[in-house]
Ligand binder design. Structure first.
Ligand SMILES: [Zn+2]
Ligand SMILES: [Zn+2]
Length: 340
């Protein structure tokens, strides 16, 4: 089969590799589409070290091609979204249900070979069944959507409340939709004006930029009080974390789900003074089924988020496209070309 193999920073080659066969408890998934995200980009560019050679790709959807002995939860032919993280299952964190925090967590496409290939081999329990009629373009956003569903859950988003979403990339645009589906009014906040019309088109009640600092006034206008009840930070920049603290009302909640790689100079005076709850949200625990349900019901729409698609052979172009200003979600489609 064909796979895009990373041999070193920026050295990505589409090659023929050995066909995959499932071991006990495993499934081999024929990949129909893989989303590309900032994590893939950091690995590809060498910012994030990995062992080489590596097949990257963790936002994987496809169809089960074969299962190993003992697998009953999925069968060949089943359409699935892959949960690209699994844990040791034996440590105190895993045993108490916090498997996403396990120190021995395995990330597909980072620690082990992933989905930038015609097929991927995985533990069967990370293959979440999806309805056959759910379009690939919808299902492809299941992984980032699961991240967002958890962030919204941890923020205890409640109908009738107001929220601000920082960042209007894939996670932010999904967060706006999940919050709307739960009956909140939402302010979408971006660094520039460019994507504000899109944020509005997918349901944001108000939009603002951080061009002249945190949009405190917009947060007050939307909420009719001192700030919004809930802030979901998806940008993962140090500045966005500081701005999140500014937009929440006293007694409000701030959920951080973007991963800031540099320290932030949050003024913790305001965290105390406003009794803010700062909540970290790391990937997902049991949120995949809810993400798939939101996609299948149409509550979350992905059409305008999926901006670029490339066949596996053109994967280098996909990495270039990821950095273009008009890119939101770039996808690689290793499967046979669909006539749409
Ligand atoms: Zn990702
Ligand atoms: Zn563990």
């Amino acid at each position: 089969m064909k796979a895009a193999v990373l041999h070193g920073p920026r050295d990505l080659r589409v090659e023929s590799v050995a066909a995959l066969a499932p071991e006990p408890g495993e499934a081999v998934v024929r990949v129909s589409a893989v989303g590309l995200c900032g994590t893939d980009y950091r690995i590809w560019s060498g910012d994030r070290p990995v062992r080489y050679p590596l097949v990257m790709g963790h936002e994987v959807i496809g169809e089960v091609a074969a299962v190993g002995p003992g697998v009953t939860a999925v069968a060949p032919g089943q359409k699935v979204a892959v949960q690209p993280n699994y844990s040791c299952g034996a440590c105190p964190l895993c045993l108490e249900g916090n498997w996403n925090l396990c120190l021995s967590r395995t990330a597909v496409g980072i620690d082990v070979d992933g989905g930038f290939a015609e097929a991927v081999r995985l533990p069967a329990h990370v293959c979440w069944p999806a309805p056959a009629e759910l379009a690939d373009d919808q299902l492809l956003l299941a992984e980032p959507l699961a991240v967002v569903v958890r962030a919204v859950l941890r923020g205890e988003a409640t109908a009738g409340e107001t929220a601000a979403v920082l960042g209007v990339g894939t996670l932010g645009l999904l967060a706006v939709q999940v919050l709307k589906s739960r009956g909140l009014r939402v302010l979408a906040v971006a660094r520039s004006r460019r994507r504000l019309p899109l944020a509005e088109a997918i349901g944001a009640d108000a939009t603002a930029t951080t061009e002249t600092g945190p949009p405190v006034r917009a947060a007050r206008e939307l909420s009719g009080r001192e700030g919004v009840d809930l802030v979901i930070e998806t940008a993962g920049t140090p500045e966005a974390v500081e701005q999140a603290v500014e937009l929440a009302r006293p007694g409000g909640r701030v959920v951080l789900t973007g991963l800031p790689h540099e320290p932030s100079s949050v003024h913790f005076f305001w965290v105390v003074r406003r009794e803010l709850r700062m909540i970290g949200s790391m990937i997902y625990q049991d949120e995949f089924p809810e993400a798939i349900r939101l996609l299948a019901s149409g509550a979350v729409q992905t059409g305008r988020l999926l901006t670029h698609r490339f066949p596996l052979e053109a994967i280098q172009e996909a990495f270039a496209a990821h950095r273009s200003p008009d890119a939101i979600k770039v996808a690689v489609m290793p499967g046979p070309r669909q006539g749409t």
